[in-house]
Design a protein around this ligand. Sequence first.
Ligand SMILES: [Zn+2]
Length: 423
Amino acid sequence: MKLLIKGGHVVDPANRRDGRTDILIDRGKIVDVHASILADGAKTIDASGKLVTPGFVDLHTHLREPGREDKETIETGARAALRGGFTTVCAMPNTTPAIDQRGTVDLVHREAERLGLVTVKVVGAITRGRAGNELTDFAELFDAGCVALSDDGSAVANGFLMRRALEYAKLFGRPLIQHAEEPTLFANGVMNEGLVSTTLGLRGIPGESESVMVARDIALAELTGGWVHVAHLSSAKSVEMIRQAKRRDVRVTAEVTPHHLALTEEAIGEFDTRAKVNPPLRAEEDRQALIEGLRDGTIDCIATDHAPHTDWEKEADFDSAPFGISGLETALGVCAHTLIAPKLLTWPQLIERLAVNPARIAGIEAGTLNIGAWADVAIIDPNATWTVEPKHFSSKGRHTPFAGRQLPAAVVTALHHGAEAGR
Ligand SMILES: [Zn+2]
């Protein structure tokens, strides 16, 4: 069955398209992209007044399956992704058991394929059980289809092991995604170290717990020629070091989350666990540096770090509540509010950071509306305003510091391989 997306404003930065264009889809693939297409018998989606963009690609999603299906399943996570405009998600390996061998990678792929809702790529673990002691079998994991490796949730603290891991991953041309956090400086902190943590009497995590690890990894990437991708950047110092490293052609890429772009430590207010994330929300000068890094290309892409938790865990006291918020369904609205409305980025620039660049880092064919590509498409109403109502989330994780906020730009629908999922 043919599907025609008619009259929309197509934003496809990979093909330098930014204007009114029709898109014809047949058997799940894009077969024609033209100013005006007539297709007899095709089902038509009227996209007038809407933006038509490639489906977004999230490099950093916690689907929680296997092991914590009470927090999220591949199915609920995939449905949340679609509602947020994401047609590809990269599943992080800090599940139970950790995704550290082929069998577990296959399990995630099989379930995602059975569902057919979004494309799920897997990020395998760097060390066995993510314990930081012994490298996994990189050849086995990449052969099973992993797009990158990471011990996310914690850093690879052992510098010698990280050096070997970078040398090993280099053979496959794939990145290691580092959760940049020096564990002894992290020191069981619960929020950014500064005036607010002092006032609230909460244990602080200094920005240096991140930037020290970023500095080490840049040095190791330089030494080995391997590729480090820094996850969820939070501090101004990290941004500046990556900027300098890129000038020296060090193989380093980086991502930032919508919540680190939009919020500061002030969002914690009166011990609000919905603003407890790791790395923590930091100071306004950090937030400004992250935005500038995203603008000038130091930070390559936006990733959600979607980290759903159960109510009973997240509604505990601030010290014992887990880090992480549900991010897939609010990502576009938060980015539109933080970046598009104040004219810090244009729509093509935002789509580049939500779709084109993450697909490039993952090494996958996605993030474009090329003729012949799978029809992974997001349709966005740029003029809509909507209220974040977590009780209506598709994700099982209902915790977000944006609850009740009015945001611009609603995802009207997303197509994965040409199939529509209503919002
Ligand atoms: Zn992390």
